[in-house]
Write a protein that binds this ligand. Structure first.
Ligand code: PRX
Length: 655
């Protein structure tokens, strides 16, 4: 085994892994001094700093001003005109990368010997041609600048093509994760007032067809908003067809020219909406705009993954989440590298699928989630050991805290003690990574996302906004605007102000608890609001509760997250039922299924418990803390003096 640079144990007892000298020597940023100097400059003079960073991107018209900050509203690169699709395509081709592979895709189905049945490689030139054809097709359907287009697709190249086509003509996309249900699609269509949907007949997942088109049909029936549904033929499964509304992808692109000028869009033109969960029942449409997001994703991808021209970069996220938007599509393509896409499950046909893919294409940079790592750990190191992973140079982690045991396993069995690990902290709202090691620079401590990225003023404060001392637990806030930040919640300015900018006066509140150690390293402890992270997927307790109470037998429900070895957190639902019927295990299953049908399988509670009453305060607020204690420790030990009816706890103990 090659040792991972220097390993030492610091005063705090944490092991520190210093970057390998060979890696640092070839990296964009090579030393702590590089980082400290740039960081200082980025904070002291952000406008000059971001202006220099943006010089790598292409603008049709340069900005008049870098930042206009009227808290909580930021405008970046004010007055500039650009196009993200142009930056991902022509701007790369103009730098001589036209024949280089942009997207390398593998479908899920395999042959007997485990080799993939379908592989698609699209060069930057071919991708441009495909994007242009589809963009022209969208225009012909009547879609134009400003129209919100909903994408509900499997992980196939056409999803990236559709996003880039929308961005090209200035039609904001709203991608919905393929695991969401018809009701979730309908809610998002309605909120975005979106009249156009792009989908596929189905997508492959664990050797089964996910019936995407039929979910869209059902959603369309619920809203009546949708004028056109474009359908890509992926699986050939049977689908219903509405002649007036539905049109095949192939028909849309048939005869379309393969050139389409990118629209010159204002820097603050809406690039996309992405719905995510918050503390109320209604998902929020996080709004990102053009130039700031473009510059931020390009720059963070370049430095954090240390992207170099010949990298084969693979982020295993689904494009339905922000990670896929920023670090499968927009970030890597703006750096001219090859971005790998895989359609299906990590264990199809066997538990070594990811490692087979890494070996097959010589993946150099690999980015995944702690949940996946824990699942691989459980299967054992013999699966990665079957494959040659010697091309890997860097590993990344995202979506939830990575526990040190998973970090070490990843480091040893995937990175072979050679690859730096970047544990990247960020959110749908932040557009790109805010806290992370820089691979050639930052000594890492397993379990810490380490330091703030350039230009990011992160701090730990108490609820009154006072900065805390090292190692004190508090709330994570960002004190200065950054280019990739969300610009709002679609159609809900009041919620935007309240959720992010009012909890703690004058700063962006992340919703995360954290502490910062004496080296300025951030340790994220998890959400402090009613958001749960199950396998890195973000869910609101209120959404699950409203799904439960929509079941005819449920009177009241309280949902909490509790620690789970595999999924990080799991969902427990405490439910009171109507009438005097005795609930049984059939009803438990029925309720779990009900949530999966109304919201999507990822929201299915692991545990459902029935109770005659929920523990409440005298003012009627559900005491979730007690429920959390019960689910975690199996009993309530904490302070119960504000509880209105003590018998509820006794009864819950009996359950
Ligand atoms: O709690 C933090 C956790 O994920 C939340 C954001 O979720 P989402 O918007 O779905 O975006 C996930 C992908 C960027 C955060 O508020 N989180 C994300 N990354 C990390 C993390 N927690 C700890 N460590 C991380 N690296």
């Amino acid at each position: 085994m090659v040792p991972a640079g220097n390993i030492d144990t610091g005063d705090d007892g944490n092991q520190k892994f210093t970057p390998d000298a060979e890696f640092s020597a070839q990296a964009h940023l090579k030393s702590q001094e590089d980082y400290e100097t740039l960081y200082k400059r980025s904070i002291d003079d952000p406008e000059a700093f971001w202006s220099e960073v943006a010089a790598d991107c292409h603008f049709f018209k340069k900005w008049d001003r870098v930042l206009q900050w009227n808290s909580p509203f930021a405008k970046w690169f004010v007055g500039a005109e650009t196009n993200v699709s142009y930056n991902c395509l022509e701007h790369q081709i103009n730098q001589g990368r036209g024949d280089h592979t942009a997207i390398l895709w593998e479908g899920e189905p395999t042959n007997q010997d485990g080799s993939p049945k379908e592989v698609v490689q699209l060069s930057y030139k071919t991708l441009l041609a495909e994007v242009c054809k589809f963009a022209n097709g969208l225009k012909k359907l009547g879609i134009s600048r400003g129209d919100r287009v909903t994408l509900y697709m499997p992980m196939i190249p056409e999803l990236a093509i559709a996003m880039l086509a929308c961005a090209r003509i200035g039609a904001p996309h709203s991608v919905i994760f393929g695991g969401f249900s018809a009701q979730a699609i309908a809610d998002r269509l309605q909120d975005a007032d979106s009249h156009y949907v792009i989908t596929a007949d189905g997508g492959w997942r664990r050797n089964k067809v996910v019936p995407l088109k039929s979910n869209v049909d059902e959603a369309c029936g619920m809203t009546k908003l949708v004028k056109k549904v474009v359908v890509y033929k992926r699986c050939g499964n049977d689908i219903d067809w509405n002649d007036e509304r539905d049109v095949w992808w192939d028909e849309v692109v048939k005869g379309m020219p393969d050139t389409c000028d990118a629209e010159h869009l204002d820097a603050e033109h809406m690039l996309f909406l992405l719905y995510t969960s918050g503390s109320t029942g209604k998902p929020k449409g996080i709004l990102h705009t053009t130039a700031g997001y473009m510059v931020y994703t390009a720059y963070t991808a370049k430095l954090i993954f240390d992207l170099q021209p010949d990298d084969i970069y693979w982020c295993t996220a689904d494009i339905g989440w922000i990670t896929g938007h920023s670090y499968i599509v927009y970030g890597p393509l703006q750096n001219g590298v090859t971005t790998v896409m895989y359609e299906g499950a990590p264990n199809e046909p066997e538990w070594d699928r990811f490692w087979a893919i890494c070996e097959r294409y010589g993946v150099t940079k690999f980015y995944t989630a702690p949940t996946a790592i824990r699942a691989f750990m459980k299967q054992g190191p013999e699966w990665p050991a079957k494959h040659n992973l010697s091309k890997l140079k860097l590993l990344g982690s995202v979506g939830e805290p990575i526990n040190p045991a998973a970090w070490h396993w990843y480091h040893e069995h995937i990175g072979q003690q050679r690859c730096p690990i970047v544990d990247t902290w960020w959110q749908t709202e932040t557009g790109g990574v805010l806290i992370t090691p820089l691979p050639g620079v930052t000594p890492t401590k397993p379990g810490s996302a380490t330091r703030a990225f350039l230009g990011i003023d992160a701090a730990i404060v108490d609820k009154d906004g006072n900065a805390l001392e090292p190692n004190e637990n508090g709330l994570l806030v960002i004190r200065k605007p950054w280019p990739g930040m969300l610009r709002g919640i679609y159609g809900d300015e009041a919620r935007f102000r309240k959720q992010y900018w009012s909890e703690i006066e004058g700063v962006y509140f992340t919703g995360d608890g954290a502490r910062c150690d004496e080296d300025g390293y951030f340790w994220i402890t998890g959400r402090v609001d009613d958001v749960i992270k199950v396998s890195g997927h973000r869910l609101g307790t209120a959404e699950i509760e409203s799904s439960l109470v929509s079941h005819p037998k449920v009177a009241e429900a309280a949902v909490i997250g509790f620690p789970d070895e595999m999924t990080g957190e799991a969902i427990a639902a405490f439910v009171t039922i109507k009438g005097s019927d005795k609930p049984d295990s059939n009803l438990k299953d029925e309720l779990r299924k009900h949530v999966a049908t109304t919201l999507g399988a990822i929201a299915r509670p692991k545990d459902v418990r029935f109770t005659d009453a929920l523990p409440k305060t005298r003012s009627g607020k559900i005491m979730r803390r007690l429920l959390r204690e019960l689910a975690t420790k199996g009993r309530v030990e904490g302070d119960v003096t504000t509880l209105e009816d003590f018998t509820t706890i006794a009864q819950l103990h009996k359950e």
